[in-house]
Design a protein around this ligand. Sequence first.
Ligand SMILES: Nc1ncnc2c1ncn2[C@@H]1O[C@H](COP(=O)(O)OP(=O)(O)OP(=O)(O)O)[C@@H](O)[C@H]1O
Length: 315
Amino acid sequence: MTALLQVDDLTLDLGDTPILRGVSLAVRPGEALGIVGESGSGKSMTLRTVARLLPDSARTGGAVRVGDRDVLGLRGRELREHRRGLGMVFQDPRSAINPVHTVGAFLVERARDAGQDTAAAREQALTVLRRMGMTDPERRMRQHPFELSGGLLQRVMIASVLMERPRLLLADEPTTALDVTTQADVLALTDELRREMGAALVLVTHDLDLASAVCDRIAVMYGGRVLETAPAATLRDDAVHPYTRALLASRPPLDQRLTEIPVAPGSPVPAAQTGPGCPFVDRCPVALPICGSALPEERLVGASRVRCHRVEEVA
Ligand SMILES: Nc1ncnc2c1ncn2[C@@H]1O[C@H](COP(=O)(O)OP(=O)(O)OP(=O)(O)O)[C@@H](O)[C@H]1O
């Protein structure tokens, strides 16, 4: 099937600083792709490039297509239409919701923007809130954002985005601010609803388990590059890249999920500090001299696409 989102050899520089290097991804209609990696690997910037929400100093190369739109070349009205067709959810719902209006007013206005009359918008808002696991949605609709917990407010945000029936949902750490059990609940409900609506999802998270729970495929990023892409189950059980394996091995126990635990000795490097070879070379337990001097080609190993010189030995 043709991809809904196709990213080919994307590069991004902010001023003189390289941020993304040769990122390629594809998402089919209705599919969920997780982008996973440590802080600074370029996950958010990849998502922001797809939405064209970049600082003025940004320079891009390669190609990003959503449907038949060439995203990197869009201007003016076409760019606004492109953004309107996307559903975007970020980590902090309080920054995206007007604090002076009630939850109901916020939701009804969003649905009216999408062309519904007030009564239908209200009905739909109640239905979607219920589906997002909220009890007594009538009462919630009368409340103001400050009266809701972070978890409830994020459910409201996600409901508002889904009510606009986007083809593509872009979610950047949407549940990171919530407690662990709420995270899994909110993501599972979001996933169920968006699948019914046929919306594709790109989920950015540092949490591999959370991504595997809802995503069909996962791309692992490091230093501005994608090092491995695989179906979620393959990645969990048969990860190939030494970085993916380090990520898997370092997963904290459930009750310590909110603590940062180092993945491998050393700390992650941004694209700006990587050399010509594999960005993971300095932390990789099986690196050879060639790993520092030449970028490995992407190779297909089983169901995984992997960039690693040692792919035969490690697979
Ligand atoms: N406005 C900016 N100007 C310059 N560099 C930036 C800017 N925003 C982000 N960066 C840099 O771009 C790189 C990629 O950042 P990005 O936010 O995409 O990482 P991430 O993988 O999403 O990590 P995190 O989980 O911490 O958000 C980082 O090195 C970051 O410091």
